[in-house]
Structures are given as C-alpha cells and as structure tokens.
Write a protein that binds this ligand. Structure first.
Ligand SMILES: Cc1ncc(COP(=O)(O)O)c(C=O)c1O
Length: 431
C-alpha cells in the first residue's frame, strides 16, 4: 500500500479524528523504518529523531539489537507460557527486579500494560486495608483502564461519565493539602514520582518523605508510579531513590518492554501478599508476564541497572543542561525554564500555546518532542537514554532553530485556536 492509501484507510478504519488532526497541522507522518533514535516516514521522505521515546518505551532506542537478539533466542524455546502454572522466566525477572528495590518490596506481579498494573495496585490497596478512598495528584496520569482512569485527570474521565466516588485529588508538591484529606480511612496515595503528563514537575525536597510520613501515620499505602520515571530515566534506576523513600508498591511499565514486547509489573511489599495467599487465583492476567516478555524484561533490567549505564545518563543530562541553558539565553521570553532530573526533562515555555508551537516547529526540524497534555506550556523532552554526544549536538542545533520558529508560530496559533485544547490528540502519554 502507498502512503496515501494507508492514510485513507486509517481514516476509515482506525481514527478519523487523528487523521484529520495530523492533516491540519501538516504532520502526516506514517511510521515506517525505525532504528536507534530515528523513525522514518513510510515513503522515506522524512525522518524524526525521537526525543519523546513514547514516555520511556524507547529508553534503549528503537529496535535495540541486544533486545532483538534476546527475543529472537527466546522464540527458539518459549511462548507466552501459562498464567496458571509456575514459571522459571517470571521467577527470574521478579527476582531481578525485586533485588533492585529497597526494604521488603519482594514480590512482583506482571501485567500487559501500565494501566493494568496500576489497577492491580489500587484494588490491592483497597483489599488489604479494607478501605475505599484513594488520593492522587491533580493533573496526574496513571493510564486509561478502570481504576487508573478514575484517579486521573477529569478531561479523560468526564467524556465517559466515570464514577469518581472515593477518589480525591490534591495538588502535587503540597503536603499541607494532602494532610487535610489524608485520614485513617484512606486506602492509598498514588503518585507519579515525577508527574510527566503534568509537565515533568520535579518533587520538591522533602515532599515525598513527607508524603511517606503522612501515609505511615494513617496506615495508608503509598504507591509510586514509575511507568515513565523508572528504569534509569533519571540517572538512578528508580526515581524514588532520589527521595530516599521506600514505597509500599511500585508500578513499572513502558521501558520494561524494551520497545519490543509489552510487559508491566506491580512490585509489592511482603505483607501485601496476604490476600493472594488466601486465594492465589483471585487475580490473573492471561498475557501479563508472558515468558517471551520476561526474557526481554530481564535484558532491559540487566542493561538499565548497570552503574556505567546510569552514570552515562547523568553525564548526558549534564551536557544537555549546559546546551539548554545557552539556548534559553537566546530566547528568554519564550523559553522560560528547565525542569530536569537526568534525562527526564521538561522545557517550560511562555504559555499554553508554547508547547503545541514547539511540537510543530520541532517536527519541521525533524525532532519528535511532545507537549505535556495536562500543562501545554511544557514540552516533554525525553531523548533515548542511549543518546550519544554527537546526537546531543545534532538535537541541540535543531532545537535552537525550532525555538526560534516556535516563537512566531505561537502567535499564529493564538490567533487561530481557542485555548489549550490545540493539538490535543498529540497527547503527552503513551502514543
Ligand atoms: C505515569 C504513567 N502511568 C501509567 C501509564 C499507563 O500505561 P499504559 O499506557 O501502558 O497502560 C502511563 C502511560 O502513559 C503513564 O505515563
């Protein structure tokens, strides 16, 4: 099929809304070949350096050769496995993951995607505590499945009339607001360690320790969503390590797939297993913890937990910071600030039109970076963790030019569009 036929068929059979949107903004890219940091249009006429990495799915680049080799060899002997039976591959990955976790975060339950893994954490919190209330952050994002959706932002829930009884939201980084609603009838607090759809908001010093303390006082479980911030993105394997806390549950997704085989996990403390000891078959996931995916996950953890790999992430983060500060000096009115831990980076722009304008200007410079959907004044800047020095230079040259263009584009967008719903479909989460 040629590209125009694909687009036409996509419009009819997949999503007319998305097809219309991409046409409107001159971004009619259809993914073809992909390798390392680059994705190519199927007609070969355009390529994009992926500085979004699908929120971490492509932490190790596209089609990472080590991951591909791992899956190829796994295919010689394995398949999905059997979710009823015990499994060598699930055991190996669970042990490897829990070995990297503090305290008694010793048990790992596998899912297909991040939303499913969040749903499990939330239902387990309710089952374990016998309580129903869940607290999350305004503008946070935990997925589009049942419970995950109900603790997320209103714009994704309301069109579907989702019930939010017993769901409470507070501003991130506001321990006082949390203290007011965190009472002994709350089952869990769930937070992204660094809320990315809210624009890479960095937790203030002491905030997460405060949250931990408040949870302990009330017998409430603390769930950290590391779907985007985990697996080395921040220069430590897990972002919560920066805060020195031990959560009760940790949710992992995206990058665990190596960009090749979907797999996610919920890591829980020993005591939380009680409900499954009583009845080990009350939670299943047919494809969650597929043995092929477990092999891939094992390779991902092996690569990402290597101290040399994590040091390189920190070093690349420092290089990028220096370059970003220089670019900022050139466009101080438009490029207002840098939010950063390692390679988890948010570019703060002038206002809500800035993110969409820079998304489009960067696209025209062959850079894929996407604004944060719950704060469109921020661009999510998530290069692959494998980015080389030369690639950093190239990306920064392109970003400099894109910033210049985006300033003018912002004014045009302001004149044409109404508020922050512009470029809405090009959202900051998974796709
Ligand atoms: C922080 C966070 N949690 C959970 C999810 C849900 O993951 P999935 O799309 O795999 O269900 C996402 C997806 O973008 C995410 O960003």
């Amino acid at each position: 099929m040629d590209k125009q036929s694909v687009i036409k068929s996509f419009e009819t059979h997949v999503s007319a809304g998305k097809a219309a949107f991409f046409k409107k903004y001159g971004m009619d890219f259809v993914m073809g070949q992909r390798e390392g940091a680059w994705i190519h249009d199927m007609d070969g006429n355009k390529h994009l350096f992926n500085c979004h990495s699908n929120g971490g799915v492509f932490n190790l680049g596209h089609r990472n050769p080590e991951i591909i080799a791992t899956l190829r060899s796994a295919l010689d002997e394995l398949d999905i496995g059997n979710h009823h039976l015990m499994s060598q591959e699930r055991t190996a990955l669970a042990q490897q993951i829990t070995d990297t976790m503090p305290g008694d975060l010793n048990i790992c339950i596998f899912s297909v995607g991040g939303g499913e893994a969040v749903d499990l954490a939330l239902k387990l919190a309710c089952g374990h505590t016998g309580r129903q209330k869940i607290i999350s952050a305004n503008g946070g994002f935990h997925g589009h499945t049942g419970l995950a959706l109900s603790v997320g932002d209103a714009q994704y829930r309301d069109p579907f009339g989702i019930d939010t009884t017993n769901k409470i939201q507070v501003p991130f980084n506001d321990a006082d607001a949390l203290a007011q609603v965190l009472t002994p009838d709350v089952a869990a607090v769930i937070l992204e360690t660094i809320p990315s759809t809210l624009g890479m908001v960095m937790p203030e010093d002491g905030y997460l320790a405060n949250v931990r303390e408040l949870c302990d006082k009330n017998g409430t479980l603390l769930i950290m969503d590391e779907v985007q911030s985990g697996l080395g993105r921040t220069g430590k394997l897990w972002a919560f390590e920066h805060a020195g806390i031990t959560p009760d549950m940790v949710v992992i997704g995206k990058g665990l797939s190596g960009g090749i085989y979907p797999i996610a996990a919920t890591v829980i403390r020993d005591a939380l297993d009680a409900i499954f000891k009583k009845d080990p078959f009350i939670h299943i996931s047919t494809y969650g913890g597929s043995e092929l995916g477990c092999r891939v996950g094992q390779k991902v953890i092996q690569i990402s937990s290597d101290p040399v790999f994590l040091e390189r992430v920190q070093e690349a983060g420092k290089m990028i910071r220096e370059d970003l500060e220089e670019i900022q000096l050139k466009y101080p009115k438009f490029f207002k600030g840098i939010r950063q831990t390692g390679l988890m980076i948010g570019l703060e722009l002038r206002d809500e039109y800035g993110g969409p304008a820079l998304t489009k200007a960067a696209y025209d410079e062959d850079l894929l970076m996407i604004y944060a959907n719950n704060d469109t004044s921020v661009i999510q800047f998530l290069p692959p963790l494998t980015i080389t020095d030369d690639e950093i230079d190239l990306v920064m040259e392109k970003l400099d030019r894109a910033m210049n263009t985006a300033r003018k584009l912002r004014a045009a967008l302001m004149a044409k569009e109404t508020g922050s719903r512009i470029l809405r479909f090009f959202s900051g989460q998974s796709s």
